[in-house]
Write a protein that binds this ligand. Sequence first.
Ligand code: G3I
Length: 345
Amino acid sequence: KTVSLKDSYKDDFYIGTALSADQIEGKDAKVDSLVKKEFNAITAENIMKSMFVHPSPDKYDFALTDKFVAYGEKNKMFIHGHTLIWHSQLAPWMEKIKDSTEMKAFMKDHITTIVSKYKGRINSWDVVNEALNEDGTLRKSVFLNTLGERYLVDAFKLAAAADPKVDLYYNDYNIEEPAKREGAIKLIKKIKSAGGKIDGVGIQGHWRLASPSLDEIEKSILAYSKLGIKVAITELDITVLPNPWDLKGADVNQNFEGSAKMNPYPEKLPDSIQVKLAERYASIFKLFLKHKDKISRVTFWGVHDGQSWLNDWPIKGRTNYPLLFDTKLHPKKAYNSVQQLKESK
Ligand code: G3I
C-alpha cells in the first residue's frame, strides 16, 4: 500500500506523531523515512518540557528544540509545541519557587522567552498541560500553590503577547470523562471571560480497548467545539494491557513488576486482540471523520510500538502494542483499518 496516512486524511485533519530526541535527530533512517512518509504534524515527546529547555534560572537549552523546529520546517509539517506550563518534568529549581512574585517572574520569563523564540515558526502550543484532577477540580501544583487559579489566565495572556498569531491550547487526559470534562469546560470559559486567548483544547487520547465510550468522546468533541475553540486529539494511543489498579482483592497488593499477569503478551499480540485493536481504531477514526469540521489534528503518541511510553507505564518493562506500526515498523491491522475508512469513500 503506497498511500500514506497523511495523504488519505489530507482533506480532514493533520495526522501527527510525537518524536523522541533520537527521532528528531534522525538517528534511525528507517524510522525517519516512515515519519516523513506517514505524518504531516509533529510534537516533541519530551525535549520542550521545562526541565530540558530551562534547566536553571538563567539557562535555556535550545539545541534540540532548534533541531525539532527545523525538522518540521524542512518537511513542511505542522509543528506543535509541548508544553509550557506543566507540574511534571519541571526542573528542580522550579519546584522550589515559593511565592507569587517569584512565580510571576518565572512565568513571564519562561513563556515569553520560549514562545517569542519560535514566533511564526511553531503553529500551536500547549500552554497549560494537565491542570485538572479527575473530579474536575484544579490540581495542586507549584503554580496553583503560589498564584492560585489566576496562573491559568496569566499563562494564556503571556503566550498570546509573545506570539499573537500562534494557536494556544489547553491539553489534558481523561477530559472526555464527564466530571473532568465539566472541569475543563469551566476552566476554558474562565480563561476566556478573564480576557485570555485560547484557541483550542487537546484531548490527549491515552485510551483503552473498552473505554472511554464513543458516546463520551463524541459528547466531548461537541461540548468543546460549542465553546468556539478547535479540538485536537493530541497524544493518541490505545493500551491493550491490564492496569494493576483494575485488579480486585488480594491481587491489588502484589508487586507487579515482572508479573506475567501484567505482561500477558511478551512476544506477540494474539490475532484476536490485534483485530480488536483494529476495530477500536476504526470506530474512533470514524467518529473523528464524522466531526472533521471540528477536529484540527490527530496526533499519535509515538511512531511505533517499540518506543511507546506505555512499555514503561504504569509498570516498567512491559510489551504493549498501542500504535499503528509494530516494532519492525510494519503497519498493523489497526493501520489498515484506519486506511480502509478512507478507501471505502
Ligand atoms: O532523561 C532521562 C535519561 O537521562 C535517562 O537515561 C532515562 C532512563 O530511564 O530517563 C530519561 O528520562 C525519561 C524521560 O521520559 C525522557 O526519556 C523519564 O525517565 C521518563 O519518565 C519520561 O517519560 C515521559 C513522560 O511523559 C514523563 O511524564 C515519556 O517519555 C512521555 O511520553 C510522557 O508524555 C506525557 C505527555 O508529555 C503529557 N501527557 C501524558 C504523556 C504520557 O505520560
